[in-house]
Design a protein around this ligand. Structure first.
Ligand SMILES: O=C(O)c1cc(=O)[nH]c(=O)n1[C@@H]1O[C@H](COP(=O)(O)O)[C@@H](O)[C@H]1O
Length: 245
């Protein structure tokens, strides 16, 4: 299915993995006018903090706060409450925290919404198996038997049972996740590498065009844009590929 420029750009989440807010602002300026999502992860949040998230929101961006919470249910509930109050559009937890932890995250969202009617409900998703994980990591290091896809599908089923909106997985698993959990269950897929770009630490990758053709809702792209000599051109090229999927 062909996408318009706006549809494709709206499915692109740019990972702002920078050490300082100043450096992130440089990239944001170079991408000005592109209606993409912005993802703030641990590296930037631990220096830029909530103020940087508010700055992105004031510029009109949709924001995915990627802090991958994984803790006891009560702590995650509190974290989810604070994140919801910050006004982000999406945030995540680790599905490995289990059913009670994921339900507690949802409770944290609901309690924040009840305390302030002006707040918008953020999408809450769970990380299945990190896109850097391969079968050897899974079986030999982590000690989970079976294929990576089996493990991803099992976490996706748990995430759905907990009532969350979707999962983070690799684009290679999108088809199976949608088949199992339904088309409306959101997939957010990092592990995106345009042809010829170094995979780095990512193990389970597809190109932007392939990922969109698999039916993913959002692709997360960091270094192929942030480390490019001309980031705007790299982003526009990726959006062009997405439009052709
Ligand atoms: O939750 C995430 O966003 C995430 C989950 C995952 O399984 N793999 C993964 O790469 N990510 C994030 O997606 C981004 C990918 O960045 P690049 O590999 O530079 O494109 C990084 O910010 C990661 O933290």
């Amino acid at each position: 299915m062909a996408h318009s420029y706006e549809q494709a750009a709206g499915k692109l989440m740019v990972a702002l993995d920078f050490p300082t807010a100043e450096q992130a602002r440089g990239l944001i300026e170079s991408l000005e006018g592109i209606p993409c999502y912005m993802k703030v992860g641990m590296q930037l949040f631990y220096t830029g903090g909530p103020d940087f998230v508010r700055e992105l929101k004031s510029k009109g961006y949709s924001v995915f706060l990627d802090l991958k919470m994984h803790d006891i249910p009560n702590t995650v509930k509190g974290g989810a409450n604070s994140i919801t109050r910050l006004g982000v559009d999406m945030f995540n937890v680790h599905a490995a925290g289990g059913l009670k932890m994921m339900s507690a995250a949802l409770d944290g969202v609901v309690s924040a919404l009840e305390s302030d009617s002006a707040l918008k409900r953020p999408l809450l998703i769970a990380v299945t198996q990190l896109t850097s994980t391969n079968r050897d990591t899974l079986n030999r290091e982590i000690g989970i038997p079976g294929t990576v896809e089996d493990a991803v599908l099992s976490y996706a089923a748990l995430t759905k049972e907990a009532g969350l909106d979707g999962v983070v997985a690799s684009p290679l698993e999108v088809h199976a996740i949608k088949g199992q959990c339904g088309a409306g269950f959101i997939t957010v897929t990092p592990g995106i590498r345009p042809a010829g770009v170094d995979a780095g630490d990512q193990s389970r990758t597809l190109t932007p065009r392939e990922a969109i053709a698999q039916g993913t809702d959002y692709i997360v792209v960091g270094r192929p844009i942030t480390a490019a000599v001309k980031p705007r051109e790299a982003a526009e090229q990726i959006i062009g590929e997405m439009m052709q999927a």
